[in-house]
Ligand binder design. Structure first.
Ligand code: COI
Length: 354
């Protein structure tokens, strides 16, 4: 469906893309020149508009600031080998966004606003899309409760915004990860599958403690028994055990990662045996001891494929064996990059060319 009204674009008079080295931008530091904004009030969406990136004016009594009705997505656009621009898996991101919104009692964003808005915003900021290997335009659609009210209630007003910025790798080196068996991220029936702000805020304290102990990230375990691996704070986790690609099955306490899904699809095509199932900490421990766990990596839009070097379990640091350039995780990472940049055919129609 097409938007009834054209999205109005007001361009900045002072674009800044020439001031940033687009070849290796630090993740999360740079903002492209424009943003899209749409308001929801009186039960309906207003027409989105694209304006120069700018601060918002808001009431200190705005509901999102107090009760956490805020949801986001993380997406990427790539410069293809022939200079075009493609946005990766828009449909899967919108589906997840609307599932998260439903869980947080927020109205869905209509397809036409999401798709048309994204395409027009990326088109407007096309000079910000990097072409270097490993770099991309990170896109952050998000929505929050904007009603001014401080009684605990579901907001009746929302803002949907998309901004973007050029990024390089989220992690620059192989990770040291701690299996967390004290703090938990998400119980059954909770908000773990939703990309809501609170899931991230709640993970900061345990992750900061793990950092002090020398780890980059934690592996969250299930909230009931702490015996099963769930995900890492910024990514899903996958393991190569006895030449089988094993990953925790998606549940209501695990984010349904778009990169995870893409990797599993490619792995199956590559003839790799894939198992989506419960992954016990004890299984990892035994496989690390036996040397049958040969690769472990995180997968996420920001992290892409993030190799893991060390895993801490119950007081012991286990190191993964050295991996070569031809290992599965680096091969699938390259395949994904090649699909996104048009170097190989996009047989799954994951790219939206703009
Ligand atoms: C992403 O991978 O896009 C994420 O949202 C993870 C992190 C940057 C919060």
């Amino acid at each position: 469906m097409l938007l009834e009204m054209e999205i109005e674009v007001t361009k900045t008079g002072s674009p800044k893309y020439n001031e940033v080295d687009l070849n290796n931008p630090e993740f999360g530091k740079y903002l492209a020149d424009h943003m899209l904004i749409a308001d929801y009030a009186n039960g309906k969406w207003g027409t989105p508009k694209i304006i120069p990136f700018q601060n918002l004016s808001m009431s200190p009594a705005m509901l999102a600031l107090h009760y956490g009705q805020t949801v986001f997505e993380g997406m990427k656009a790539f410069r293809t080998k022939n200079g075009a621009i493609s946005i990766f898996r828009m449909d899967k991101h919108l589906k997840r966004f609307n599932r998260s919104l439903e869980r947080m009692c927020m109205p869905p964003v209509p397809e036409e606003i999401f798709y048309e808005g994204l395409k027009k915003l990326v088109e407007t900021d096309r000079n910000w899309v990097p072409g270097a290997d490993g770099a991309s335009l990170y896109i952050r659609p998000f929505m929050f409760a904007s009603e001014e009210r401080y009684g605990v209630k579901i907001s009746e007003e929302y803002k949907f915004i998309i901004f973007s910025g050029p990024v390089g790798p989220y992690y620059n080196q192989p990770l040291r990860v701690k299996v967390e068996t004290g703090f938990v991220r998400a119980p059954k029936g909770g908000t773990g599958y939703a990309k809501c702000g609170g899931n991230y805020g709640g993970s900061f304290y345990p992750t900061a403690l793990a950092r002090k102990e020398g780890y980059d990230q934690v592996f969250w375990t299930d909230a009931r028994t702490n015996e099963y691996i769930e995900e890492s704070g910024t990514m899903n986790v996958l393991f190569m055990i006895d030449d089988v690609l094993v990953t925790p099955a998606i549940s209501d306490s695990i984010l349904d990662g778009v990169t995870r899904d893409s990797i599993l699809t490619l792995a199956r095509e590559m003839g790799v045996k894939v198992e989506e199932r419960s992954v016990a900490v004890a299984e990892l421990e035994a496989a690390l001891k036996a040397g049958t766990l040969t690769q472990a990596f995180g997968a996420g839009t920001a992290a892409v494929v993030a190799p893991i070097q060390d895993i801490y379990i119950n007081g012991v640091d286990y190191s993964l064996p050295k991996w070569g350039d031809d290992c599965f995780m680096l091969t699938v990472k390259k395949k994904l990059a090649d699909i996104r940049t048009g170097a190989i055919e996009d047989t799954h129609h994951w790219n939206t060319l703009i």
